[in-house]
Design a protein around this ligand. Structure first.
Ligand SMILES: Cc1cc2nc3c(=O)[nH]c(=O)nc-3n(C[C@H](O)[C@H](O)[C@H](O)COP(=O)(O)O)c2cc1C
Ligand code: SF4
Length: 429
């Protein structure tokens, strides 16, 4: 398939794309006004359903279907997930910094469609500049009459609050996020009930990712079918990928889904640094099992990567070249999950730390060959059967995510792991 990369609004207007003046100059808020004056909320929901867009936060759940689950009773809420803590992911940051009004317009249109009068944006605690930019955009939108009472002269009113997050990865999980927003510990809740039935303050709540909602103005302006016609049927539309690691041109790229991995890594990403060979890559953030050079010519689609036992997750593609020590890479990811486990579930709280300890002794030269079986056994206790999508013994998917690097290195690099155990002197290298 030919490479297709879109010119994004941020590339077109790099310096002042965050201002309301620039947004209005480029047709901003026209779709909101149009929706408020000549559409019904049901029409908007139908457009989003017809677009086939799937959530960009990680799970890839169809957005229109989720909106359809929102319980009818008032009050209900829209919560925007701008926590963006999945290692390797930095796309929402760019959307918040460079195009915050697109998100504000998406929030307003979505709230109109869902019958929501109060929306919250939960921004990653460390994202001070993106949060400032977003807050300014919200203030400008209030002043211009696109938020607040009787928006654009209509009957529709909406208040939006920007909230700085608690600074923990787990607060990106939607129910932990809701707890944190309520001022409680950021710990995931058991589901069901799902947020669409019982979410923020036990009221019906839709949680959507920044990128998901940033697509709404385009979908409503151009029609759901127009969006659905971009890219493959079950992976419709464009998507932002944060490309990092050992590529020559790391960055955020908005691509049409269905492109091959080769086009992304070698075309858009400019290939591997120093002319090195590609060793492996993570296709969807630290939680995703890895892919190999034999997968380079497969298409980037949500279902396509599932066939190879992995996911597009948050759209973070981390490329590793031939010089990478895969045991060290796996350790770095496992250590992250062990540190970020909220501790509610024993398999996650204990298992992630055990995985970290075993990898550490392999790395410091005191590992044993039986450690490979031990790593898999611990992983199997966290995620029984080690299958894809993962089975869960835990409240949320964080625990199972920690097994992704273990299954990846034992499946694709078993000889290298054994060599690491048999040649402890490598530990100093
Ligand atoms: C441990 C964990 C961390 C997550 N972090 C994020 C995050 O930072 N941003 C995000 O949008 N979704 C994150 N998610 C996914 C959310 O739970 C939820 O599926 C998403 O916000 C829904 O939005 P969407 O349907 O628009 O994708 C995370 C999930 C888990 C299990
Ligand atoms: S899986 Fe881990 S992070 Fe998720 S709720 Fe259980 S202990 Fe907390």
């Amino acid at each position: 398939m030919t490479s297709q990369i879109l010119t994004t609004r941020m590339e077109a207007h790099p310096s002042d794309s965050n201002t309301i003046e620039r947004y209005l100059d480029t047709g901003g808020y026209a779709t909101l006004k149009q929706a408020l004056t000549s559409s019904t909320p049901e029409d908007v929901v139908e457009q989003v359903k017809a677009s086939n867009i799937r959530g960009r936060g990680g799970a890839g759940f169809p957005m229109g279907m989720k909106w359809g689950f929102l319980a009818a009773s008032d009050p209900k809420y829209l919560v925007v997930n701008a926590d963006e803590s999945e290692p390797g992911t930095f796309k929402d940051r760019q959307l918040l910094e460079r195009d915050p009004h697109q998100l504000v317009e998406g929030i307003a249109i979505a709230s109109f469609a869902l019958g929501v009068k109060r929306a919250f944006v939960y921004v990653r605690g460390e994202y001070s500049k993106p949060a400032r930019r977003l807050q300014r955009a919200v203030d400008e939108a209030y002043e211009a009459g696109y938020l607040g009472d009787n928006i654009a002269g209509s009957e529709f009113s909406l208040d939006v609050s920007v909230h700085l997050g608690g600074g923990a990865y787990i607060c990106g999980e939607e129910t932990a996020l809701l707890n944190s927003l309520e001022g409680r510990r950021g710990e995931p809740r058991l589901k069901p009930p799902f947020p669409a039935v019982e979410g923020l303050y036990a009221r019906p709540t839709i949680v959507n990712n920044v990128e998901s909602l940033s697509n709404v103005p385009w979908i409503v302006a151009n029609g759901g079918h127009a969006y659905a016609s971009i890219g493959p049927e079950r992976s419709a539309g464009t998507r932002m990928f944060s490309l990092s690691g050992h590529v020559n041109k790391p960055g955020n790229y908005e691509i049409v889904m269905g492109m091959s991995w080769r086009d992304l890594i070698y075309g858009i990403g400019g290939g591997i640094r120093d002319g090195n060979e590609l060793k492996t890559w993570i296709p969807g953030g630290a939680s995703a099992p890895w892919l190999m050079p034999e997968h380079l010519d497969t298409a980037i689609t949500i279902d396509g990567v599932a066939e190879y036992g992995t996911m597009l997750g948050s759209g973070a593609v981390v490329v590793m070249d031939e010089t990478t020590d895969v045991v060290a890479a796996a350790h770095s990811i496992v250590r992250f999950f062990a540190h970020e486990s909220c501790g509610q579930c024993t398999p996650c709280r204990e298992g992630t730390k055990w995985l970290q300890d075993v990898l550490e002794r392999i790395m410091d030269g005191t590992g044993r060959l039986e450690d490979i079986e031990l790593l898999l056994d611990i992983s199997d206790n966290i995620s029984p059967g080690l299958r894809w999508p993962p089975a869960m013994t835990t409240i949320c998917p964080l625990g199972p995510s920690a097994t992704a690097p273990i299954t990846s290195i034992t499946k694709y690099f078993l000889d290298e792991v054994k060599a690491r155990i048999n040649q402890p002197e490598m530990a100093d290298g």
